[in-house]
Design a protein around this ligand. Structure first.
Ligand code: AMP
Length: 277
């Protein structure tokens, strides 16, 4: 496995691979890798000739007072995981934005609901950094987790609208035993908080089961979900259209139930597909 930190060197490598007819797959991350990240590497590995993982804690997507400085890091463990998943190039950018970089990318239509309400600059930071990473790594395929469902929708839309020649692949949410969605931020949770954090996925499952049993009134579905929640602050529990991400009043066919909540000082998100016959 090659490790590079210089963006121009990565682009040179990628151009040479492309010129030799090899297909490049890419998994961008913020590090402190876990099974959720591994699942994306495993999803792409058989589909590509070269697999690239990046680890970059992107300052553009953190607001003042958020956990940018405290974000967990484990460079050695991360490199070990990448090696064991057959990664060819681990990109560890020291500097990703050239001096004077002022451009921002946003997808306003999908950046109003869900996490945008509490983190208004977050998805502009995400879209901008992913666009920048794609320019550097030049991938044919890039994988993102459904754990960050709104992020995935925004990136799909960015790639479509800007006619970018990369295919976005989504991977299902990977959970710990008990249902907690894996996240690097779970490392912040005490054992007691971890217990209460399980109530997020419990609420989503309760909504999913009630929908399966025929309940279509989203007000009633959300009431059933809220009864399960044991957190310090619920930011949202909502049922949205899978594509527009707009809240639904009545579930017809498929939808997505999504939650964001704070346990202790840790903000957690999760979501599940739901369906009524
Ligand atoms: P992060 O390092 O948190 O920025 O995540 C990097 C990528 O891994 C993103 O595409 C996430 O959606 C994905 N990811 C993180 N946690 C999970 C999970 N539990 N299941 C599936 N994908 C995940």
């Amino acid at each position: 496995m090659i490790e590079l930190s210089s963006a121009p060197e990565v682009t040179e490598w990628a151009e040479a691979e492309r010129a030799a007819g090899r297909r490049i797959g890419f998994v961008p991350t913020m590090g402190f890798l876990h099974e959720g990240h591994r699942s994306l590497m495993r999803l792409l590995r058989p589909q590509v000739d070269r697999l690239v993982v990046s680890i970059y804690v992107n300052p553009l997507q953190f607001a003042p007072g958020e956990d940018f400085d405290a974000y967990p890091r484990d460079p050695q463990g991360d490199a070990e995981i990448c090696r064991s998943e057959g990664v060819d190039l681990l990109f560890l950018p020291t500097e990703l934005y050239p001096a004077g970089f002022e451009t921002r990318i946003s997808v306003p239509a999908l950046d109003r609901s869900l996490c945008s309400e509490s983190r208004p600059h977050f998805f502009t930071g995400v879209a901008t950094v992913v666009h920048r990473l794609f320019r550097v790594v030049r991938p044919h395929l890039a994988a993102f987790g459904e754990k960050d469902y709104q992020q995935l929708a925004i990136l799909r839309r960015m790639v479509h609208d800007l006619d970018m020649s990369v295919q976005i692949v989504g991977g299902p949410v990977v959970r710990e035993e008990g249902g907690l969605a894996m996240s690097s931020r779970n490392a912040y949770l005490s054992p007691e908080q971890r217990g209460r954090a399980l109530s997020l996925s419990r609420a989503l499952r309760a909504v999913r089961e009630a929908a399966r049993a025929g309940q279509t009134d989203t007000g009633e579905l959300l009431r059933i979900g809220r009864a399960e929640i044991d957190v310090d602050r619920l930011e949202y529990l909502t049922i949205v259209d899978c594509d527009s991400l707009q809240p639904l009043e009545r579930l017809q066919g498929r939808g997505r139930v999504a939650i964001a909540a704070v346990v202790g000082r840790t903000r957690l998100i999760d979501n599940m597909p739901i369906e009524v016959d």
